[in-house]
Design a protein. Structure first.
Length: 416
């Protein structure tokens, strides 16, 4: 059965039909405007098919809704199976969400049992697999392919927690749960599934607190803050969460880079609200990561080593409107040969500079390269970054090259 947004198709979309009628279209009229077969609209509304991704921008404009609102209109009105129908899996999202809820419930229930002395390392069988999954995630061109493996590991860990009855066992297994939840959140965040990602990060923070690991806890809070920075762009509301992450990180291992990573993310939040001085102070704090020696991160839930600082400084300067200073930092970031996703983000920022300078050739060059990388990685994060460029392209849409680029970005931004 076809899939849309992780949900099985077949349920009606009455909200879509209602919106069409509100906007004054019959099914035939809307089909004519979209230049699709006259039966297509009825099939969409019955849940038998979905519009092709390249039609989404125009459909959103015709229905006078935002892309996010259109996405909701295209979700089935009900996920309940029809009477007499065979009950099937709701997709990977449902599987992993149920596993997480089960794991959280089991972890909470375990706390009511009396603790006993126990020196066994209960994380031995799970930590190596978690570490392996982070490596696979970092190397995967499309992050969603790691999802089934995380589901399987979640089920294994839930079983282990169910059998743990001592305080030591609970703490060790809660730490592995906090690790795994952050990885799941990263996968969902990359797919622009921000509500589910926030849920994972909340579970990760709860598990890390139970485990008594401040660094793990602070990293979960910091990842949660990224949703405000890139998902909702609610910079001011994100600052208190990052302050909490900073306070928790101060209780952690001073040999690790946790507090410096928090500072780097704080800089982005301050840049979002135009606080140049606060942004610079946070970046200066982040730069102190270079004074650390030894293993400053674990390559999993903590991966900050300062190698991204040029990229992050450039992003901050773009947000602050300091385009004169941003280009040097962004070009320096490109020389570090970052991952596809990171490189695409840097190229998008350079396209922003091109728009500011009204340099169409720079826009086409950098945004075109970023678009190619986004397609290769199938990253929702990369698509979202490119989508944020579109308002800057409006003054140049009379140029056929820019108009074509804008259409290709729009199609990418809404692709499954």
């Amino acid at each position: 059965m076809p899939q849309l947004g992780g949900l099985a198709m077949g349920a009606r979309r009455d909200r879509l039909a209602h919106r069409r009628k509100v906007c004054g279209y019959s099914q035939e009229q809307l089909a004519d405007v979209l230049n699709v077969d006259r039966t297509s609209i009825g099939r969409w509304e019955r849940g038998e098919a979905s519009p092709r991704p390249f039609l989404w921008p125009k459909l959103a404009r015709l229905l006078r809704v935002t892309p996010q609102e259109l996405d909701r209109l295209l979700q089935p009105d009900s996920t309940e199976p029809a009477a007499g129908a065979e009950t099937k899996s709701g997709g990977l999202d449902d599987v992993i969400r149920r596993g997480f809820l089960q794991l959280l419930t089991v972890t909470a229930a375990a706390n009511v049992f009396p603790a006993h002395a126990d020196a066994t390392d209960h994380s031995h069988g799970y930590r190596p697999m978690n570490e392996h999954l982070w490596k696979v995630y970092s190397l995967a061109s499309s992050k969603r392919f790691v999802y089934p493996l995380v589901c399987d590991q979640t089920a294994e860990l839930a079983t282990a927690i169910r059998g743990a009855s001592t305080e030591t066992a609970r703490k060790q297994l809660s730490q592995e749960a906090g690790d795994l939840f952050q990885l799941a959140g990263e996968i969902l965040f990359d797919g622009s599934r921000y509500t589910e990602a926030a849920h994972c990060y909340t579970l990760a923070a709860s598990a890390a607190k139970e485990a008594g690991n401040p660094d793990l806890w602070a990293c979960a809070l910091t990842r949660h803050a990224y949703i405000g920075l890139y998902g909702d762009q609610k910079y001011r509301e994100t600052i208190p969460l990052l302050e909490l992450a900073r306070a928790v990180a101060e209780r952690g291992d001073t040999a690790l880079s946790t507090r410096h990573w928090v500072a780097a993310v704080q800089a982005e939040a301050y840049a979002g609200i135009g606080e140049l001085d606060a942004c610079n102070r946070a970046l200066d704090q982040a730069e102190k990561v270079h004074s650390l020696s030894g293993a400053v991160h674990n390559g999993g839930w903590l991966r900050f080593d300062g190698s991204r600082l040029a990229e992050e400084r450039g992003t901050c300067l773009v947000r602050l409107g300091r385009f004169d200073l941003a280009e040097g930092a962004l070009n320096e970031a490109l020389r570090t040969t970052p991952s596809r996703r990171r490189r695409g983000s840097v190229l998008t920022d350079l396209a922003f500079l091109g728009a500011q300078r009204r340099d169409v050739d720079q826009i086409i060059s950098y945004a075109g390269d970023a678009l190619d990388l986004a397609r290769q990685s199938a990253s929702g994060y990369a698509a979202r970054r490119l989508h944020s460029l579109q308002p800057r392209l409006v003054p140049f849409l009379s140029d056929r090259r820019v108009s074509d680029l804008n259409d290709r970005i729009a199609a990418l931004a809404y692709a499954d």
